[in-house]
Design a binder for this molecule. Structure first.
Ligand SMILES: Nc1ncnc2c1ncn2[C@@H]1O[C@H](COP(=O)(O)OP(=O)(O)OP(=O)(O)O)[C@@H](O)[C@H]1O
Ligand SMILES: [Mg+2]
Length: 355
């Protein structure tokens, strides 16, 4: 009779130890979440709040004492937020009652739980806006002095100058032209960044667009490359004609710039599951795998000295990325060092009319 009682006591102690251990683990886990710089709300799969840290209380103006046990959309009655969360959107932005901009991410933790992570991005947004306005204003102000300097340099053709002086003025002229191109690119970029609305849906004839791009490419190449058009599907793209043309020309001019003399550039298009794919392929210098994700960043150039030599500023692909974003489209880059690159624009089906 003695034995089972002792066994029971042993089991109970074991269990107690286990409970204490797991409570300790939970406490440590919650303490860690409490000290995170981001807000965290743990919820059941049906959006019942189970726990939140103080940052989440502050960001979404919630109160753990009152709100735990309630549904998230009953506590934070923002219709848009609720709609987007229920629609399954993973990341949203909302403004809280203090006017702070809060980024909210929804993460599924297994099948039973959901986690909302909140982050106050007000300062980030403000400094981003300040940077954009600053760049736009400075670029705009630089236009007039540049035009004046260029005008004077053009007049110098009529002056009596030594060969050396002519050479210096020619160099000045080239640099002023470069600055002009940079200022224009900066203005284009800040206009695209400011305008977050989707691009227009004007009909653009695909064959005409690509044929014109090839002609412009041949002009840029000055006969140094063979630029060919291949497999053109006839389709109508619904977009902004000026922006789309500028995106393709940027890719073609890169292909020319980063392909040695005698190389081949192929412009083609094909239909895919995701929509229409426009491809600009070259057999030039290529890009190292680790640099591929960075080439669309502003001012990023793989080889700074070579790019400067060829007049590049590193804004072209940033412009392409923004143009495509405004068209719900994206850029796919494949490249191999020393073999060449393929830049593909993927345009979704709802911006294409197949002829
Ligand atoms: N077809 C290509 N082949 C190899 N490298 C490329 C190609 N296209 C782009 N790159 C690399 O990506 C970088 C960024 O390209 P991007 O067009 O943004 O700038 P850029 O050509 O240097 O200057 P610009 O602002 O005049 O376009 C380039 O500097 C180059 O290193
Ligand atoms: Mg470029």
């Amino acid at each position: 009779m003695k034995e089972p009682v002792q066994k029971n006591l042993k089991d109970e102690k074991k269990l107690q130890k286990k409970v204490i251990k797991s409570e300790g683990k939970e406490l440590r886990f919650k303490q860690t979440l409490r000290s995170l710089p981001d807000g965290v709300i743990l919820m059941s799969d049906s959006w019942d709040i189970q726990w939140m840290n103080p940052i989440a209380e502050r960001d979404l103006h919630l109160n753990a004492e009152h709100d735990v046990g309630k549904k998230i959309h009953a506590c934070y009655p923002n219709g848009e937020l609720l709609k987007n969360i229920l629609k399954g959107k993973r990341q949203i932005e909302t403004q809280n009652i203090h006017g702070r901009i809060i980024e909210i991410r929804v993460i599924s933790a297994g099948t039973k739980y959901k986690v909302l992570v909140t982050r106050d991005v007000t300062e980030e947004k403000r400094s981003e806006e300040f940077r954009r306005d600053f760049v736009a204003n400075v670029s705009h102000e630089l236009r007039t002095p540049l035009t004046v300097i260029k005008g004077f340099l053009e007049l110098s053709e009529d002056w009596q100058l030594t060969e050396q002086q002519k050479k210096h003025l020619q160099l000045m002229y080239e640099q002023v032209e470069r600055m002009g191109a940079l200022v224009n690119d900066l203005l284009t970029l800040s206009r695209l960044e400011r305008d977050s609305a989707p691009a227009a849906k004007e009909p653009i004839n695909l064959i005409k667009l690509l044929t014109e791009s090839a002609i412009d490419g041949r002009f840029i190449s000055q006969g140094n490359h063979s630029i060919i058009l291949e497999h053109l599907d006839n389709a109508t793209v619904l977009g902004d004609p000026v922006e789309m043309k500028s995106a393709i020309i940027n890719l073609v001019s890169n292909a020319v710039r980063y392909t040695p003399q005698g190389g081949q550039i192929t412009i083609s298009s094909h239909r895919s599951e995701d929509g229409l794919v426009i491809s600009v392929k070259d057999n030039g210098i290529g890009i190292a795998q680790e640099a591929i994700p960075r080439v669309t960043e502003r001012f990023y150039r793989v080889d700074k000295s070579r790019s400067r030599e060829t007049g590049g500023t590193g804004l072209g692909l940033a412009i392409v990325k923004h143009v495509l974003f405004r068209h719900q489209s994206h850029l796919k880059i494949t490249s191999e060092l020393g073999k060449g690159s393929n830049f593909q624009i993927v345009i979704p089906n709802d911006r294409i009319l197949w002829n």
